[in-house]
Design a binder for this molecule. Structure first.
Ligand code: GAR
Length: 195
Protein backbone atom coordinates (compact mmCIF):
# COMPACT_ATOMS: atom_id res chain seq x y z
CA UNK A 1 0.00 0.00 0.00
CA UNK A 2 1.29 3.46 -0.88
CA UNK A 3 2.40 5.57 2.07
CA UNK A 4 1.35 9.23 2.10
CA UNK A 5 2.79 12.06 4.22
CA UNK A 6 1.01 15.42 4.36
CA UNK A 7 2.47 18.85 5.17
CA UNK A 8 0.20 21.55 6.62
CA UNK A 9 0.50 24.99 8.17
CA UNK A 10 -2.98 25.69 9.51
CA UNK A 11 -6.44 24.27 9.97
CA UNK A 12 -5.78 21.31 7.77
CA UNK A 13 -9.25 20.85 6.28
CA UNK A 14 -7.76 19.46 3.05
CA UNK A 15 -5.54 17.14 5.08
CA UNK A 16 -8.59 15.87 6.97
CA UNK A 17 -10.35 15.09 3.70
CA UNK A 18 -7.27 13.26 2.37
CA UNK A 19 -6.93 11.17 5.54
CA UNK A 20 -10.67 10.43 5.66
CA UNK A 21 -10.65 9.32 2.04
CA UNK A 22 -7.57 7.12 2.42
CA UNK A 23 -8.97 5.55 5.58
CA UNK A 24 -12.40 4.97 4.02
CA UNK A 25 -11.22 3.71 0.64
CA UNK A 26 -8.01 1.96 1.67
CA UNK A 27 -5.99 2.87 -1.44
CA UNK A 28 -3.16 4.46 0.57
CA UNK A 29 -2.03 4.85 4.12
CA UNK A 30 -1.55 8.24 5.84
CA UNK A 31 1.77 7.82 7.64
CA UNK A 32 2.56 11.35 8.83
CA UNK A 33 1.11 14.85 9.13
CA UNK A 34 3.85 17.42 9.67
CA UNK A 35 3.67 21.17 10.16
CA UNK A 36 6.00 24.15 10.34
CA UNK A 37 3.82 25.42 13.21
CA UNK A 38 3.26 23.43 16.40
CA UNK A 39 0.04 25.40 16.95
CA UNK A 40 -1.47 24.36 13.60
CA UNK A 41 -4.99 23.16 14.42
CA UNK A 42 -4.65 20.40 11.86
CA UNK A 43 -2.07 18.55 13.97
CA UNK A 44 -4.62 17.76 16.66
CA UNK A 45 -7.16 16.69 14.03
CA UNK A 46 -4.60 14.34 12.51
CA UNK A 47 -3.75 12.86 15.90
CA UNK A 48 -7.45 12.27 16.59
CA UNK A 49 -7.65 10.34 13.32
CA UNK A 50 -4.75 8.18 14.45
CA UNK A 51 -2.10 9.67 12.18
CA UNK A 52 1.40 10.33 13.61
CA UNK A 53 2.31 14.02 13.69
CA UNK A 54 5.43 16.14 13.78
CA UNK A 55 6.03 19.88 14.16
CA UNK A 56 9.18 21.73 13.17
CA UNK A 57 8.94 25.47 13.86
CA UNK A 58 10.48 27.33 10.92
CA UNK A 59 11.00 30.57 12.87
CA UNK A 60 14.26 29.77 14.69
CA UNK A 61 15.86 29.13 11.28
CA UNK A 62 15.19 32.66 10.02
CA UNK A 63 16.04 32.93 6.35
CA UNK A 64 17.94 29.61 6.32
CA UNK A 65 15.37 27.54 4.47
CA UNK A 66 17.77 24.67 3.92
CA UNK A 67 18.43 24.31 7.65
CA UNK A 68 14.68 24.28 8.38
CA UNK A 69 14.12 21.71 5.67
CA UNK A 70 16.89 19.48 7.00
CA UNK A 71 14.95 19.24 10.28
CA UNK A 72 11.60 18.83 8.52
CA UNK A 73 13.08 16.05 6.45
CA UNK A 74 13.92 13.89 9.47
CA UNK A 75 10.37 12.85 10.44
CA UNK A 76 9.39 12.69 6.77
CA UNK A 77 12.18 10.28 5.83
CA UNK A 78 11.52 8.25 8.99
CA UNK A 79 7.90 7.80 7.81
CA UNK A 80 9.12 6.50 4.41
CA UNK A 81 6.38 8.09 2.30
CA UNK A 82 5.84 7.19 -1.35
CA UNK A 83 3.92 10.42 -1.90
CA UNK A 84 4.18 13.81 -0.16
CA UNK A 85 1.08 16.03 -0.24
CA UNK A 86 1.26 19.74 0.49
CA UNK A 87 -2.11 20.77 1.91
CA UNK A 88 -2.10 24.42 2.93
CA UNK A 89 1.64 24.27 3.60
CA UNK A 90 2.69 27.91 3.46
CA UNK A 91 6.49 27.69 3.29
CA UNK A 92 8.31 27.91 -0.02
CA UNK A 93 10.47 24.81 -0.49
CA UNK A 94 13.98 24.94 -1.92
CA UNK A 95 14.82 23.18 -5.19
CA UNK A 96 16.98 20.79 -3.16
CA UNK A 97 14.01 19.67 -1.07
CA UNK A 98 11.74 19.43 -4.08
CA UNK A 99 14.31 17.32 -5.93
CA UNK A 100 14.19 14.68 -3.19
CA UNK A 101 10.52 14.13 -3.95
CA UNK A 102 10.55 14.70 -7.70
CA UNK A 103 7.57 13.04 -9.29
CA UNK A 104 5.94 12.21 -5.97
CA UNK A 105 5.00 15.53 -4.39
CA UNK A 106 1.58 17.15 -4.89
CA UNK A 107 0.22 20.57 -3.96
CA UNK A 108 -3.23 22.11 -3.88
CA UNK A 109 -3.46 25.75 -4.85
CA UNK A 110 -6.58 27.94 -4.62
CA UNK A 111 -6.66 29.25 -8.18
CA UNK A 112 -7.05 27.98 -11.70
CA UNK A 113 -3.32 27.73 -12.44
CA UNK A 114 -1.49 29.05 -14.39
CA UNK A 115 -3.55 32.04 -13.17
CA UNK A 116 -2.55 33.52 -9.83
CA UNK A 117 0.39 31.60 -8.42
CA UNK A 118 1.40 32.84 -4.97
CA UNK A 119 -0.84 34.55 -2.43
CA UNK A 120 -4.19 36.43 -2.38
CA UNK A 121 -5.55 34.35 -5.23
CA UNK A 122 -9.23 35.06 -4.57
CA UNK A 123 -8.81 38.82 -4.36
CA UNK A 124 -6.79 38.76 -7.55
CA UNK A 125 -9.53 36.80 -9.35
CA UNK A 126 -12.11 39.34 -8.14
CA UNK A 127 -9.94 42.32 -9.10
CA UNK A 128 -9.52 40.86 -12.59
CA UNK A 129 -13.29 40.52 -12.97
CA UNK A 130 -13.03 36.78 -13.63
CA UNK A 131 -16.32 34.97 -14.18
CA UNK A 132 -15.00 31.79 -12.62
CA UNK A 133 -12.47 30.73 -10.03
CA UNK A 134 -11.31 27.42 -8.67
CA UNK A 135 -8.48 25.28 -7.46
CA UNK A 136 -5.69 23.17 -8.90
CA UNK A 137 -3.78 20.10 -7.77
CA UNK A 138 -0.39 19.87 -9.43
CA UNK A 139 2.88 18.04 -9.18
CA UNK A 140 5.47 20.15 -7.38
CA UNK A 141 8.50 21.31 -9.33
CA UNK A 142 11.13 23.83 -8.21
CA UNK A 143 9.05 26.71 -9.64
CA UNK A 144 6.41 27.97 -7.17
CA UNK A 145 2.84 26.84 -8.00
CA UNK A 146 3.99 25.40 -11.31
CA UNK A 147 4.32 21.81 -12.47
CA UNK A 148 2.05 19.39 -14.33
CA UNK A 149 -1.63 19.89 -13.56
CA UNK A 150 -3.29 16.78 -12.13
CA UNK A 151 -6.72 18.22 -11.52
CA UNK A 152 -8.82 21.36 -11.50
CA UNK A 153 -12.24 22.29 -10.13
CA UNK A 154 -14.18 25.38 -11.15
CA UNK A 155 -16.75 27.51 -9.37
CA UNK A 156 -18.63 30.58 -10.57
CA UNK A 157 -17.76 34.00 -9.21
CA UNK A 158 -21.04 35.46 -7.95
CA UNK A 159 -22.20 39.05 -7.70
CA UNK A 160 -21.23 40.48 -4.32
CA UNK A 161 -18.48 37.95 -3.73
CA UNK A 162 -15.68 38.92 -1.39
CA UNK A 163 -12.37 37.11 -1.14
CA UNK A 164 -13.82 35.24 1.85
CA UNK A 165 -17.06 34.11 0.21
CA UNK A 166 -15.17 33.04 -2.89
CA UNK A 167 -12.55 31.21 -0.82
CA UNK A 168 -15.30 29.30 0.99
CA UNK A 169 -16.90 28.24 -2.32
CA UNK A 170 -13.54 27.14 -3.70
CA UNK A 171 -12.63 25.25 -0.51
CA UNK A 172 -15.70 23.01 -0.88
CA UNK A 173 -14.31 21.97 -4.26
CA UNK A 174 -10.76 21.57 -2.92
CA UNK A 175 -12.15 18.97 -0.52
CA UNK A 176 -13.59 17.00 -3.44
CA UNK A 177 -10.70 17.50 -5.83
CA UNK A 178 -7.67 16.61 -3.74
CA UNK A 179 -8.79 13.11 -2.66
CA UNK A 180 -9.94 12.35 -6.21
CA UNK A 181 -6.53 13.31 -7.58
CA UNK A 182 -4.61 11.43 -4.90
CA UNK A 183 -6.61 8.26 -5.53
CA UNK A 184 -5.79 8.45 -9.24
CA UNK A 185 -2.17 9.41 -8.64
CA UNK A 186 -1.34 6.47 -6.37
CA UNK A 187 -2.83 4.20 -9.03
CA UNK A 188 -0.27 5.62 -11.47
CA UNK A 189 -2.83 7.55 -13.51
CA UNK A 190 -1.83 11.17 -14.16
CA UNK A 191 -4.76 12.11 -16.37
CA UNK A 192 -6.18 15.33 -14.91
CA UNK A 193 -9.32 15.15 -12.76
CA UNK A 194 -11.65 17.88 -13.95
CA UNK A 195 -14.57 18.85 -11.67
C1 GAR B 1 -6.41 25.97 1.09
O1 GAR B 1 -7.35 26.83 0.49
C2 GAR B 1 -5.24 25.74 0.14
O2 GAR B 1 -5.61 25.66 -1.20
C3 GAR B 1 -4.42 26.95 0.41
O3 GAR B 1 -4.48 27.14 1.80
C4 GAR B 1 -5.73 26.65 2.28
C5 GAR B 1 -5.47 25.69 3.41
O4 GAR B 1 -6.65 25.30 4.04
N1 GAR B 1 -3.08 26.74 -0.02
C6 GAR B 1 -2.28 27.72 -0.47
O5 GAR B 1 -2.64 28.88 -0.52
C7 GAR B 1 -0.89 27.26 -0.88
N2 GAR B 1 -0.15 28.35 -1.40
P1 GAR B 1 -6.69 24.01 4.95
O6 GAR B 1 -5.54 24.12 5.95
O7 GAR B 1 -8.02 24.08 5.64
O8 GAR B 1 -6.55 22.81 4.07
Amino acid sequence: MKRVAILISGGGSNMVRLVEDMQAQGYASPVLVASNDAAAAGLEKAARMGVPTAAIDHRPFGKDRAAFEAELLKPILAAQPDVLCLAGFMRVLTPGFVAQFAGRMLNIHPSLLPKYPGLHTHQRALDAGDAEAGCTVHEVTPVLDDGPILGQARVPVEAGDTADTLAARVLVMEHRLYPAVLRRYVAGDRAPVLL
